[in-house]
Design a protein around this ligand. Sequence first.
Ligand SMILES: [Zn+2]
Length: 95
Amino acid sequence: MSNEIVLTSKYWDCECAENYIHPRSVSSCAICKSRRSEQPQSRVNEVVAHGLPLMPARRPTPLALDGGDSAASEQLSTPEVLSTLQGESTPAHRK
Ligand SMILES: [Zn+2]
């Protein structure tokens, strides 16, 4: 267990009290009108707690899906949903 706060660039938080986690493919929240460019990235543990798919940030390979071997090192994501957001992914460094 770790208390470390890890952010993911795959999601961002809007200002809603609930359902405030949005995937990066969404540029603004329809409810509170927060914009992705002005909001912080989501915490990995919150994304996971909400049951949202999260892919390993440093492993931009879609092959983890049924390969099994490359999924071995990941701890908190759900490999079966990897393909959902993969098309949106830009593994290159993003601030
Ligand atoms: Zn919102």
